[in-house]
Design a binder for this molecule. Sequence first.
Ligand code: GLP
Length: 233
Amino acid sequence: MGERVAALLLADRLRPGRPLGLATGRTMEPVYAALARRLGRLEPALAAQVRQGWCSFNLDEYVGLGPQDPASFAATMARQLVEPLGLDPGRVRLPDGLACDPDGEARRYGAAVAAAGGIGLQLLGLGLNGHVGFNEPPAGAAVACRCLALSDHTRRQNAGAFGGDPGAVPRRAITLGMAEILAARRVLLVVTGGAKAAILRRALGEPPTPDLPASWLQHHPALTVIADAEAMG
Ligand code: GLP
C-alpha cells in the first residue's frame, strides 16, 4: 500500500508540474519511508532532478508549534521526508504555526498555494470524524485556507504525538480548506485500518454534506482512493 502510493508520488515528481500537496499522520509514515527507498534506487541524475525540482505544500500545522517542537508537522516532515530524501527544506512548505497572527498566516499560505498555480496531486489521509487536512465538521465545499478550532475528537485521535495526553494537543490549527483541496488537479485519498472502514464507506457512499467533509471528494473529477482490506471493511 505504502509502496503503491510512493510510486504515484514519485511519478508525479519526475514530471515537472504543479506542487505536490502533502499530509501527515500515521497513514503516511510507510508512504514516506517507501518514497525514500524508491528515490535511493533511482539513477543519481534522476534523483537529483527530483530533489532540485521538489515543491510541496503540506495541508496543515498546529497553531503554537514550530519546527523545534517534535510534535509539529514541520518537525514530522523534516524527520520523515526532508532528511531521508535529502530535500532542500525550503522546498517543503507548511503553514507557520508560530506566526503571531494565525488568521493572517492562513491567508498568506492560501495565497502562496494559489500563486504556485494551485496543487497538482493532493495526498490525503482521513480523520476518524471524516476530516481531511484539519477541515473539521461542519465544513462546506467552499471553505478556504483558515485557522480553526480542533474538535475534542481530533485532539484525542492525535494525542499519541503528545505523550497520549489530549489536553496537550494544541486547540487550533491552520489548514488548507476544502476549496484548495477540491481545486487540486488530482486527489489521492489513502485509508488504512479497520477503524476507518465505517467513515470511509459513509464518505464515499452518502450524499456529500458539511458534516462529513471528506464526502465532498465525491465531487472531485480525478479522485483515487487507495485503501487496505481492513479499511474497505
Ligand atoms: C490528522 C491530519 C490529517 C490526517 C488525519 C489522519 O489529524 N490533520 O491530515 O490525514 O488526521 O491521521 P492518521 O493517518 O494518523 O490516522
